[in-house]
Design a protein around this ligand. Sequence first.
Ligand code: NAP
Length: 258
Amino acid sequence: MQVAIITGAGSGIGLGTAEKLAAAGIAVLGVGRDADKLAQLDHVVPPEQLATLPVDLTDDDAPRRVIDLAVERWGQIDILINNAGIGKPKPVHETDDATLDYVLALMLRAPFRLIREALPHMRAGSAVINISSTYAIVGGIRGGAYSAAKAGLLGLTTHMAVQYGPQGIRCNAVAPGVINTPMTEDNFESETFKKMNDHMTPYPRLGTVEDVASTIAFLCSPGAELINGQTIVVDGGWSSTKYLSDFGRSSKWVAAES
Ligand code: NAP
């Protein structure tokens, strides 16, 4: 049985991914701070395939505790999914040092340290998936520390691919656009937010946990064996377009081009 560590597994994308991997027969070690949230995993992962660890990933000893538990329980690590994160980013001029340090600690330092601890236990055929964001790829308004951390993950991903690919260990990133999860649920109460996404997304619906979890599960599967060092963007084309506002679509100049 393959073994996956999923951080931020008690909700949203992490929970959806745990369900997908468990259905494929993969054991899951789910990590997050809140034990009640992690208890959601009981509904989607069979007990013999499940372990959980409530821990704050910014703690110095967290990565070692996570890896030790996986190795004690199953003796191997095949998949590491660095997914835990926090939203509500601020622009640079509103970001104090404490916020900057916390965001980088959770979304860049912790993934780096988890990878470092996991590598000695990973065999050929193993995979690391880093959950980044379109905010690492396009200039996200209010991005600040969040964009910096998520872009750092992409650098880590390409380094990993080159350095450990020869050992048969792959590393890829997934960059979701706006996905309806607990992280974004407040935003979905705003008509302006919904309208903005509608206007900026070529594909005619917003993203779901299922969209991202399916992509992660594919990257973990044998079918993705030759995919290494890539970032798969899951955003309905949000980051690929230039002209999708009502104004853009109806403007004479764009219309003349089409
Ligand atoms: P979510 O449901 O809020 O999930 C985030 C998870 O991270 C939670 O389960 C949370 O669990 C865990 N977490 C937060 N701080 C932690 C800490 N210090 N230590 C350990 N665990 C911690 O949101 P989501 O949308 O699924 O987010 C998953 C990932 O996707 C994030 O990295 C996010 O940046 C990325 N992403 C999301 C979107 C989107 O639109 N939703 C878009 C782009 C990228 P606890 O509270 O129990 O710790």
